[in-house]
Design a protein around this ligand. Structure first.
Ligand code: NDP
Length: 339
């Protein structure tokens, strides 16, 4: 197949491009700047002999330019690009607008060009937030985050929720004929392919660098990037996935669990990896002055957990264990000199 991967420079997109190439598909990618092409090809070269076959088109989610060219003649689109900030923005719309409008731009271009198949990288953030005290013990693909509950739905989850909703609404209405599947990963770890440290794996780099003297009592459900990519490819190959959402998730791990896994795998870094807990009252106090701490404080005492049963059926196997994903992140960050 001829495939398009949007946001080709990103962490998940790089793994997906690698898997698509290795499985014999042709790949075109979008980047915000063609200058990123060399970095992308050099990241992929050690892993595939086809790195130089990738075609790149410049397109930004915030502008119409480039999207018609990007989608022309492709059989399937993997829409992966979306803003994934390192810090919480002051204005929710700075994230929501590009995520939502950008998704609609890609779908409109696809529809106009007669490309039917679209696999969207949504997020479990579109499922697990905004529930407040009603958070179910186990979330499933039937659940949706409530983006209007700002207290329990920060800007990033709101952006993913509203972007995915807009996609399903478009397909049901103006975009009839489009065949959409949503992939909803939890926190994505696993191997990086270059020294470009991106949003989710940044926490492992920060832990290894000794940036945390103590750890807040919060956690996250984890998944390996290779499984997120595998879900994208499996969905593309399976018409039964059209119209479906797939949570891609393995185990829940606290920050202390992640630090322990890293200490065991890298005893030479043990001194930098915290064992002490940051007391809840201190997290809440720091939250008064710091936006990121405010997000962390909102997670104290919450355990957002989503069921991976549906995606296991799509893949026909178990997922890569969460601790292996964390170990692979650390090992590759060290290998590429990024930690
Ligand atoms: P990255 O930050 O590595 O990738 C994000 C990609 O989106 C980058 O290629 C970035 O381009 C691109 N992008 C951001 N803003 C724009 C814009 N305005 N126009 C065009 N492209 C843009 O993160 P991930 O690879 O982790 O994320 C990929 C997708 O997966 C996102 O949709 C994210 O929401 C989703 N996701 C990620 C999870 C995680 O834990 N990592 C969990 C669940 C979902 P550039 O290189 O130019 O910045």
């Amino acid at each position: 197949m001829k495939t398009l991967v949007t946001g080709a420079s990103g962490f998940i997109a790089q793994q997906l491009i690698l898997d698509l190439l290795e499985q014999g598909h042709d790949v075109r990618g979008t980047v915000r700047s063609l200058a990123k092409g060399d970095t992308l090809r050099s990241a992929l070269r050690p892993h595939t002999s086809r790195a130089d076959e990738i075609e790149l088109v410049e397109a930004d989610l915030e502008s119409d330019a480039g999207w018609a060219e990007a989608v022309a003649g492709v059989d399937a689109i993997h829409h992966v690009a979306s803003p994934f900030p390192l810090a919480v923005p002051k204005n929710r719309d700075d994230l929501i607008r590009p995520a939502r409008e950008g998704t609609l731009r890609v779908l409109r271009a696809a529809h106009a060009a007669g490309v039917q198949r679209v696999i969207l990288t949504s997020s479990c953030a579109a499922i697990a937030y905004g529930w407040g005290d009603r958070l179910p013990e186990v979330l499933t693909e039937k659940d949706w985050s409530d983006a209007d509950n700002h207290a329990d739905c920060p800007p990033y989850p709101a952006s993913k929720t509203l972007a995915e909703k807009a996609a399903w609404d478009f397909v049901a209405d103006e975009g009839k004929g489009l065949q959409l599947t949503a992939i909803n990963p939890v926190g994505v770890y696993g191997p990086v392919l270059s020294d470009q440290v991106r949003a989710s794996v940044g926490i492992v780099a920060d832990l290894l660098a000794g940036k945390f003297p103590a750890l807040p009592d919060v956690g996250v459900q984890l998944v390996d990037v290779r499984d997120v990519s595998a879900a994208h490819v499996a969905a593309m190959n399976d018409p039964a996935s059209i119209g479906e959402r797939y949570i891609v998730a393995d185990a829940y791990r606290s920050m202390a669990d992640i630090s322990r896994v890293l200490r065991e795998a890298h005893p030479d870094r043990a001194r930098k990896l915290p064992t002490r807990r940051l007391p809840d009252f201190l997290v809440r106090l720091l939250a008064l002055f710091n936006g990121d701490m405010k997000t962390i404080a909102g997670e104290l005492g919450r355990r957002r957990f989503a069921s991976p049963e549906k995606v296991k059926k799509l893949l026909g196997r178990e997922l890569i264990p969460a601790d292996d994903a964390v170990r692979a992140t650390a090992q590759t960050l060290i290998q590429y000199g990024a930690a």
